[in-house]
Write a protein that binds this ligand. Structure first.
Ligand code: FES
Length: 163
């Protein structure tokens, strides 16, 4: 029996209800597909903010005389802040330890614009969801006197360099 024969033998109500069922099935599949696409997009997107492949891992920040006691320089393109206090020179990463957004400094605190984490001036978590403190990075001096920060070398919080 062909489809035409099958339709001829049915009432208008049955034909209409089958169409409605097909329509609703299409809508449900479409909604499920859209929801899965949204979830998949989210899963693919969220782990990536922490990755900054174009940022050099080791970079120059200047010379010793550029950092007198009390100096503070933010290297926005490198996502690092460098300071010198009475204890020495130190560098702190500006990459949030939650999902990798870039924190900014407001009234002595580092604040993350993504989910509201706040860190004190040493990078310790004051308000989550960040799970741990901002990373402190190794600072050293090249033979020519220039200072470098190595973002691959994490150092304990509070590490200062008497350079
Ligand atoms: S990425 Fe900073 S709080 Fe979520």
């Amino acid at each position: 029996m062909s489809n035409v024969d099958a339709v001829k033998g049915t009432s208008a109500y049955e034909v209409e209800s089958m169409s409605r069922r097909d329509f609703l099935t299409t809508v449900v599949y479409g909604a499920v597909g859209a929801a899965l696409s949204f979830v998949l997009f989210g899963l693919l997107r969220f782990p990536k903010p922490a990755l900054f492949p174009d940022i050099p891992k080791i970079f120059k920040i200047g010379r010793v005389e550029d950092f007198p006691v009390g100096a503070e320089k933010i290297f926005e393109d490198k996502k690092v802040i460098v300071r010198r206090d009475a204890g020495g020179l130190f560098a702190i990463s500006l990459i949030c330890t939650h999902l990798g957004c870039i924190v900014s400094k407001h009234a002595g605190l580092f604040e993350c614009p993504c989910h509201g984490s706040k860190f004190d001036e040493n990078g310790k978590v004051k308000i989550g969801p960040a799970p741990k403190a901002l990373e402190w990075l190794k600072v050293s001096q090249l033979p020519d006197g220039k200072l470098i920060v190595d973002t691959m070398r994490k150092v304990p919080i509070g590490t200062r360099y008497a350079i």
